[in-house]
Design a protein around this ligand. Structure first.
Ligand SMILES: NC(=O)c1ccc[n+]([C@@H]2O[C@H](COP(=O)([O-])OP(=O)(O)OC[C@H]3O[C@@H](n4cnc5c(N)ncnc54)[C@H](O)[C@@H]3O)[C@@H](O)[C@H]2O)c1
Ligand SMILES: N[C@@H](CCC=O)C(=O)O
Length: 541
């Protein structure tokens, strides 16, 4: 320790590859997809650097072909969770005391492994496990994950540089210690990058981790585990467990050494976990840090000055890329009456032109939703919209789960701004549009603010700067990520730190120093050079 003040490589965003016909990346990803599709993988848990198989397994299949099995994974019993906790705690001292540049080296290496030898594999696994198109897999599993790793190393050093003032007779130093105990990462299905980043960024700051991925993402989580291992994450630092989320969480949160939760997923589950922590609060050695990024009901508002083509494109891409399963996806839109007919005709034409099917066919723009539970929920809301007098489906509305969980991208128009699908998170390829009187802009902004419990992302499209300013102010509390003349999706690490407030989360901004600060417990050290030897003030003589 302490052999130099090292500069880390300046983080730059990983360029997104095109996958155009004839490109080497296209050939590589299709080959990786075909190899994975035609073999079956066995995914053990990973505890203390060892693969742990229990024989109690579940199969993994692709959402776009649910009868096609691509492998199985092993389920934990309580004793495995106890093991994961105790090995994490055993690894803690050595890991926490490892100089930061050694930890940085591991995660910078992980970024390069993904950028190079693992890129096709992690993209193909994400196409299979989460039914992402190749473009959506590339911006998530490769680029966003690489960016998380590189930028967080830089943010980590920025944090370490933040030091208090000192004087000639006293030197003040802040030490950014990891949390005392172990931390718990619970990750969602929808972003491979989020699944990797939640455990990785805590480990980067010197913490030891128990990580529970989503059942629907284990196939791509396996590639993350392989990358962490090859990059040199030592045994016990990140322990990966699968199985009953309630049993795993109860076991973790019953431990007095539990010191932090890093969660991304639905609002309801996050609130349940927060309650459990509250109920156990007297048992912990330290107050656990709680970070959760959760649901959304993300909006697009168009002003009467907006360009209809831009509004329509923001809707088509913002609502339907990755089947509307980004937490940032537009799911309610407010369009003024003067441009509605133009917006409507382009959105309908766009949606009718979408190709839907397996991500193995790179021509497809949309594929299947994640699982049967999601499919059934979406089908129910679509049927309800067909039956309700205050809603009309203007395009889409069909669904079919015979082979994969396919929901047609669907646009509902309602004359009721509080219609159920204007308020409830559906998490699928369904957007509801309310057409407002073009002269009721201010009233509509109030409606946008008050309609949903969430505050994740939102967008205003306008060519009128006064209208943009009015929206920026009126909507300041209903979106943690607010976009002007753009769609509300596609935040880039290092450029748009991501997260929302209200029921959308603790707004600790993934991909920024704000998030990393939650995983350290600073120690202030004051060193006095001339230590007093007399208690009296000078004037007391
Ligand atoms: N705000 C963000 O940054 C962000 C990002 C991605 C996803 N999301 C949200 O995530 C949700 C979609 O992801 P999902 O379907 O994987 O969410 P989910 O809440 O169903 O699952 C998230 C994780 O919680 C675990 N879990 C489920 N029940 C649990 C329980 N009772 N106890 C402990 N753990 C439990 C799951 O196994 C999974 O690992 C959406 O609501 C979306 O808005 C938010
Ligand atoms: N950061 C992503 C969304 C992550 C949640 O699913 C975006 O901005 O689209």
């Amino acid at each position: 320790m302490g052999k130099g003040f090292f500069n880390v490589p300046v983080a730059i965003n990983e360029p997104v590859k095109s996958y155009a016909p004839g490109s080497p990346e296209r050939a590589a990803v299709l080959e990786a997809y075909s190899t994975m599709w035609n073999s079956k993988i066995d995914v053990p848990m990973y505890i203390n650097g060892e693969n742990v198989s229990t024989g109690n397994t579940k199969t993994m299949s692709a959402p776009h072909d649910h009868q096609h099995v691509v492998g199985n994974y092993h389920l934990a019993e309580k004793s495995h969770i106890d093991d994961a906790i105790s090995t994490a705690l055993e690894a803690r001292t050595e890991w926490a005391e490892l100089p930061w540049e050694q930890r940085a080296g591991i995660f910078l290496k992980a970024a390069e492994l993904i950028a190079g030898p693992y890129r096709a594999k992690i993209n193909a696994a994400t196409m299979i496990a989460q039914s992402k198109t190749v473009h959506q897999a590339e911006i998530d599993a490769s680029c966003e994950l690489i960016d998380f790793l590189r930028f967080n190393v830089q943010f980590m050093t920025d944090i370490y540089h933040e030091q208090p003032d000192s004087t000639s007779d006293a030197w003040n130093r802040l030490e950014y210690r990891p949390l005392e105990g172990f931390v718990y990462a619970v990750t969602p299905f929808n972003f491979t990058a989020i699944a990797a980043n939640l455990p990785a960024c805590m480990a980067m700051m010197g913490n030891v981790v128990v990580w529970k991925p989503s059942d629907s993402q284990i196939f791509s989580a396996k590639i993350i585990m392989d990358v962490f291992e090859e990059a040199g994450v030592p045994p016990g630092v990140i322990n990966v467990v699968f199985g009953d989320p309630v049993m795993i969480t109860d076991t973790v949160m019953d431990s007095p050494d539990f010191s932090g939760l890093h969660f991304t997923g639905s609002t309801f589950i996050f609130k349940e976990l927060w309650k459990k922590i509250g109920n156990n609060i007297h048992n912990y050695k330290t107050y656990p840090r709680i970070v959760g990024e959760t649901g959304g009901k993300d909006f697009i508002v168009a002003h009467k000055s907006a360009n209809p083509k831009q509004v329509a494109t923001a809707i088509s891409r913002g609502a339907f890329e990755f089947q509307g399963q980004k937490c940032s996806a537009a799911s309610r839109a407010y369009v003024p009456s003067n441009i509605w007919e133009d917006v409507k005709s382009q959105v309908v034409a766009d949606v009718k032109s979408f190709k839907m099917g397996s991500p193995a066919d790179l021509e497809n723009f949309v594929t299947a939703v994640i699982h049967e539970g999601s499919f059934d929920k979406l089908a129910k809301y679509i049927d309800q919209a067909k039956a309700d007098a205050d809603a009309e489906i203007i395009v889409g509305g069909n669904y079919d789960k015979s082979k994969g969980y396919f929901i047609e991208p669907t646009v509902i128009v309602t004359n009721n701004p509080n219609y159920t699908t204007m308020c409830t998170e559906l998490f699928g390829p369904v957007i509801t549009i309310y057409v407002y009187d073009e002269n009721q802009y201010s009233e509509t902004l109030k409606l946008v603010d008050e309609t949903s419990e969430y505050a994740l992302t939102g967008a205003i499209l306008s060519t009128d700067r006064y209208a943009i300013q009015e929206a920026t102010k009126a909507l300041q509390n209903c979106a943690g990520n607010f976009y002007i003349n753009d769609k509300p999706t596609g935040a880039v690490v290092g450029q748009q730190p991501f997260g929302g407030a209200r029921a959308s989360g603790t707004n600790d901004k993934a991909g920024s120093a704000l998030n990393l600060l939650r995983w350290v417990s600073p120690r202030m050290i004051k060193e006095t050079f001339v230590t007093p030897t007399d208690y009296r003030y000078p004037f007391l003589g």
